[in-house]
Design a protein around this ligand. Structure first.
Ligand code: NAD
Ligand code: DAU
Length: 333
């Protein structure tokens, strides 16, 4: 099978490329990635010499680059996106370009070239927030941020390509991922690395927002199950079943690192901050998938990963990241 992965130099994409090459011998992977601030070829150092793997630098909005990368592919999995909610609030344009128009460019190439399978990597954020119960794949889309609105727009385009052109598309909508190689702007890697350096942990609002944590390896297994077994035209929720308030998560990170709760700083809330995400995952479970990583064990493993790989995140934190951090968290002084 020849698989094109877009955004494979990012957090989930790089974990997915590694997961697939380990799991299947008869697989070729092409990784098409623009290498934005979030793309990092260091994430794939261990597999760059694998003859079954090829990296192509390119933008999913560039139709010629997409056509060339997809030629001869059996399947495409689209991870490429702008992904950080706070950055979408301060500057939505790149989100609309990559997440909506980039998805459209890929869909056109899939259609033109008759590619057999296209998996769109979406998010539970497209459903918006709920204080009670959980969203199924049939729930309405009610996104809150420019990020989640862009992802929802992409989902609608993907489904429209199925209805209009009979394109062989599928969608996964996962909850919050955590694990190694996650850019330290998302809460878990940001708070672990800040705590290691005795820097403040900026908790938004009252810290009682809830996220459902999914280990990235479990998401990779779920995406693989959908790629192989999913029904064309369908969306699949993939959640970890680990709902945790941000403050409890923050306290546990501090405890695992032996650091004081005095590092916690309450800062101005994120505008439009979704209170709680929760998804029903019966549909993907019916494909035989279930999460295998216990949250407590996975968090301990993740804390150890950042403690053991300071070279990886210190390099990131010395570059573009610092400018972003100073802008985003100006009130920390
Ligand atoms: P990330 O920000 O770590 O990586 C994104 C990757 O996409 C980077 O390698 C970047 O260089 C690449 N990219 C960005 N714009 C591009 C473009 N125009 N052309 C080609 N490549 C481009 O993201 P992530 O956290 O790994 O998320 C991957 C996907 O999973 C995204 O689609 C995201 O919406 C979705 N998702 C993420 C989570 C999560 O918790 N991280 C949860 C649910 C869904
Ligand atoms: O739910 C899936 C989504 O999870 C993905 O689609 C997104 O790409 C991914 O970024 C993530 O979005 P969140 O907004 O949930 O993740 P983030 O790590 O930015 O924030 C998690 C929670 O922590 C959220 O309630 C906001 C809070 N937070 C975050 C940061 C960065 C803080 O309190 N302080 C912070 O500094």
């Amino acid at each position: 099978m020849r698989l094109v992965v877009t955004g494979g130099a990012g957090f989930i994409g790089s974990n997915f490329v590694r997961y697939m090459l380990r799991r299947y011998d008869d697989l070729e992977v092409v990784n098409l990635d623009k290498l934005t601030y979030a793309g990092n070829l260091e994430n794939l150092r261990d597999i760059e010499g694998d003859a079954r793997y090829r990296f192509v630098k390119g933008d999913i909005c560039d139709a010629a680059a997409v056509r060339a990368a997809l030629r001869g592919a059996d399947a495409v999995v689209n991870f490429a996106a702008e992904t950080h909610v706070d950055r979408s609030i301060s500057g939505p344009q790149d989100f609309i370009s990559t997440d909506v128009l980039g998805t459209h460019t890929l869909l056109e190439a899939v259609r033109e070239q008759g590619i057999g399978r296209y998996v769109q990597i979406s998010t539970d954020e497209v459903y918006g927030s709920t204080e009670t119960g959980s969203f199924s794949e049939e729930s309405d889309l009610a996104p809150s941020s420019p990020y989640s609105a862009s992802k929802a727009g992409a989902d609608l385009l993907v489904l429209a390509y199925r209805r209009t052109y009979d394109a062989p598309v599928l969608i996964t909508r996962s909850s919050n991922n955590y694990g190694g190689w996650q850019y330290p702007e998302k809460i878990i890697p940001l708070f672990i690395t800040n705590a290691i350096d005795d820097q403040a942990l900026p908790v938004y609002g009252d810290g009682l927002n809830v996220r459902d944590w999914l280990h990235v390896d479990d998401n990779c297994a779920g995406i693989d199950a959908v790629l192989r077994e999913g029904a064309v035209g369908e969306a699949y929720n993939i959640g970890g079943g680990n709902e945790v308030e941000n403050l409890a998560l923050t306290r546990r990170i501090l405890e695992l690192l032996g650091k004081s709760e005095g590092l916690i700083r309450y800062v101005t809330d994120r505008p439009g901050h979704d209170r709680r995400y929760a998804i029903d995952c019966a549909k993907v479970r019916a494909l035989g998938w279930e999460p295998a990583v216990d949250f407590e064990a996975g968090l301990e493993r993740t804390v150890s990963w950042y403690r053991d790989n300071p070279g990886w995140w210190r390099k990131i934190k010395s570059g573009e990241w610092r400018e972003y951090y100073e802008r985003q968290y100006a009130e920390l002084g």
